[in-house]
Design a protein around this ligand. Structure first.
Ligand code: ADP
Length: 582
């Protein structure tokens, strides 16, 4: 039979009863029937008390309980007063009660006590330790007989604090008044919470609601003596432990039910365990952890973002890092590729120059022929002039002037040939500018004419009527055509002289400026078609295999396309297309 102080939901006793029942159920080898009775007694009403005792007696008359457990001082007071007529032979356990509230004189042979000790000075020292500037402490407490005892007890115990802090006891105030006062406490105040059971107006305050209402309006931190209130509103400190109290009481109850005589069980008075603090309240009131007593527990610590999302954060960091690494890698590769491209272009222009050198060798015969002609003419003219001078035909000055102008013309022609050779073998930087493709082709063909004569090949040409504007480097484009024509000359070499024909054509084709060289040679064997643009591919005994490869590099550098086909009429045709500019 459980006798519970006040109503079913009165804290802290409701919590003690809950814990006690759970623990007893856990410890008992047999099922135990528990009947719980709230001891709610109008103050000083003896007849009501007697009737409650009679009621309990009537209820259990045929089967007296095996154990009576009274929780809290009001229930204990009732049970002790009525011990003689309340199943005196049944063992009784008084618990959840301060040692001072037990009437030691009335403890019988059949009774035992599991008491606590509310160390009042320790509770208030805690407040002054964590908030050293505190000047005012308001005690929230009701005015029932039990509470009146505690008001007096606290006043006595806290006597030494006089002068150090102002202590306000709000036992004479209604709860509504208490709320008003709590909202307007002076700076550096604290509130000490003892659940007001019955306030001066007779209003009863149950459960957590009262504390929550106070918390909502209070302008100062709240402390308490019992950890059943420690759930979000209380800063913390040393407190009576509900779980320790209920577990100890359940262990004693189990012993009694097992046959141990109550008097034989001596339970030391329960003291406070390590102080407990609410991390959120410490933050709210800016209380540094260094101020807390050694060994304190800090509860309700809110996990940091890192604690909450450690894996997500790590995963994101890993992703970002690997991306950064990838980007760095790609940038590095890009830079390497860029350098490689620069190097390749340098090599290409070097090779192109070597290619032009060999071309100059190839062209040597025709160059010699080209130079011989003007030089021979100059010599002839010089001799004619000499004869004229010797024969003193000086009167005919006009004739002399004609000869001089011929010499000058031939000299210019020889100079042009030399200029061509120079432009072929000189190391020239790439110079891209707008050009007319027709001009490049016709000037190059001029230059090639002697070579064609020497090789006994006929070069025909058909140029587009309108200019073909392209953007490009003159020497490089000329080199492409030279390579193609020289290949065509080589290809026709084995043909009968009258069959050696090369046709060079320029035309506009959509947005392209096109030039092509067609020959009457043997064409390219189909299996070689895919290889001939590769560097060092050659079928000629002294060939370098660079001509077409360089031609393709140059054409692609100009944004163009080059390809070779076999003509249906025999021989090969190489077509080059370059983007037209407007
Ligand atoms: P090379 O002339 O030094 O051999 P090229 O790169 O200019 O180098 O030519 C590569 C090969 O392509 C030649 O050896 C030849 O076999 C083939 N080729 C090029 N042009 C023609 C053509 N007009 N007709 C037939 N074969 C050709």
């Amino acid at each position: 039979m459980i006798l519970q102080s006040s109503g079913q939901n009165f804290k802290p006793w409701s919590e003690y009863v809950k814990g006690f029942r759970q623990e007893l159920e856990r410890q008992s080898p047999i099922p135990i029937e528990v009947q719980s009775f709230p001891v709610v007694i109008a103050s000083g009403s003896e007849s009501a008390e007697n009737r409650l005792a009679e009621y309990l007696n009537a209820l259990f008359s045929s089967h007296p309980p095996d154990l009576i457990v009274a929780f809290g001082a009001p229930a204990a007071a009732f049970a002790q007063r009525h011990r003689r007529d309340l199943f005196p032979s049944t063992p009784m356990l008084l618990t959840a009660i301060d040692q001072r509230r037990v009437q030691q004189m009335n403890v019988t042979e059949n009774d035992t006590v599991v008491a606590v000790w509310i160390d009042v000075p320790a509770l208030f020292e805690n407040i002054l330790k964590v908030l050293p500037r505190t000047k005012t402490i308001a005690v929230v407490i009701g005015s029932s007989p039990n509470e009146q005892f505690w008001v007096q007890e606290m006043k006595n115990q806290l006597e030494p604090l006089k002068g150090r802090v102002d202590l306000l006891f709000w036992n004479e105030l209604s709860f509504e008044e208490i709320l008003k006062q709590a909202a307007t406490l002076p700076k550096d105040s604290a509130i000490f919470w003892i659940q007001p059971q019955i306030d001066v107006t007779g209003a009863v305050h149950e459960g957590e609601r009262a504390l929550k209402r106070l918390y909502a309006v209070a302008n100062s931190p709240i402390f308490s003596h019992d950890d059943s209130f420690f759930a979000g509103e209380i800063v913390g400190g040393p407190m009576t432990s509900v779980s320790q109290g209920s577990q100890t009481a359940a262990a004693v109850a189990a012993k009694i039910l097992g046959g141990t005589k109550p008097r034989a069980i001596e339970t030391p008075v329960l003291q406070y365990g390590p102080a407990k603090y609410d991390w959120r309240e410490l933050r709210r009131w800016a209380i540094p952890e260094s101020r807390l007593p050694k060994g304190s527990e800090i509860l309700f610590r809110e996990p940091t973002l890192w604690e909450l999302y450690r894996w997500q954060i790590l995963a994101i960091c890993a992703a970002v890092l690997s991306q950064a690494a990838m980007i760095t890698g790609l940038l590095y590769q890009r830079r390497r590729r860029f350098l490689a491209e620069v190097q390749a272009r340098q090599r290409m222009s070097e090779l192109a120059r070597i290619n032009r050198y060999s071309m100059a060798g190839e062209l040597c015969t025709s160059i010699a022929h080209e130079l011989n002609q003007p030089l021979g003419a100059i010599l002839l003219n010089a001799e004619t002039m000499e004869q004229m001078l010797r024969s003193s035909r000086l009167s005919d000055a006009t004739e002399l002037l004609g000869i001089v102008s011929e010499i000058r013309r031939d000299d210019e022609r020889a100079g042009k040939v030399l200029q061509h050779i120079r432009s072929l073998v000189r190391r020239v930087p790439i110079d891209v500018k707008p050009l007319d493709l027709n001009e490049v082709v016709s000037e190059t063909l001029d230059f090639l004419s002697s070579l064609a004569i020497a090789r006994k090949v006929q070069i025909r040409h058909s140029l587009a009527e309108l200019p073909l504007p392209v953007k490009g480097d003159y020497t490089q484009l000329q080199q492409v055509l030279l390579n193609l024509v020289v290949n065509a000359l080589d290809a026709t070499a084995h043909k009968a002289v009258n069959e050696r024909v090369i046709t060079v054509q320029t035309k506009r084709s959509d947005n392209w400026a096109e030039f092509s060289t067609a020959d009457t040679g043997p064409g390219v064997p189909p299996e070689q078609l895919s290889k001939i643009f590769e560097p060092f591919f050659s079928t000629k005994p002294n060939g370098m295999g660079m001509g077409l490869s360089i031609a393709r590099t140059i054409v692609e550098f100009h944004g163009g396309i080059i390809n070779i086909q076999n003509r249906s009429s025999g021989g090969a045709i190489v077509i080059v297309r370059l983007p037209l500019i407007r």
